[in-house]
Design a protein around this ligand. Sequence first.
Ligand code: SAH
Length: 196
Amino acid sequence: MKSDLKRVLSKVSDFEDPRIKLEQYITPPALAADLVFTAYMQGDIEDKEVVDLGTGTGILGIGAAKLDGEVTAVEKDENALEAAKENAETLNAEISFVESDVEDFDIEVDTVLMNPPFSVHSDIGLSFWEKALEIGDHVYGISPRGARDSIKSLVRSSNHRIVGVQEYDIGLPPSYGFHTEESRETPVDLIITEEK
Ligand code: SAH
């Protein structure tokens, strides 16, 4: 089932013209499938209200919709949102799309999925975490290994606790700004939290 999901998610199109300031890059399909499937196995997707914060071209939201989540996908970049809508249509995933800054999204949900900006150019990554902990009962978020301590302390000061941390290495494109090589393996965490 997870490999079926990965196969579907590998059809989600990437950003055509990534905006570096918004730190746009697509989650690799294997990691996206792993994140969504992990949440599904915990009972946090099927028939649950799921939000994909900063959906980009839609990969996490589409994965959750495919596993019968009731998905809302939030994105502030119009072009990305258009691409996400097309991907959802092509892949037959039912999703409510909202064009909004995550700051302004205040609907409480069962589950938040996200691969937020990694805060290379600003501190927007942490504000995604603040928002997710506020609106979700369960959060599945990807973050760079170097941010683990900051996220842990943010979680400690919230009404959530950490229930799991899974480690991955992903190749980020050079446009991302960490580095000069073609693409470099970057250590990331999938951090899972739930409301106390
Ligand atoms: N979730 C997607 C995209 C990750 S890139 C995936 O996993 O493939 C991060 C996304 O967050 C980008 O699409 C970017 O446009 C969006 N984003 C950045 N800041 C945002 C904000 N303040 N509000 C809403 N979306 C934002």
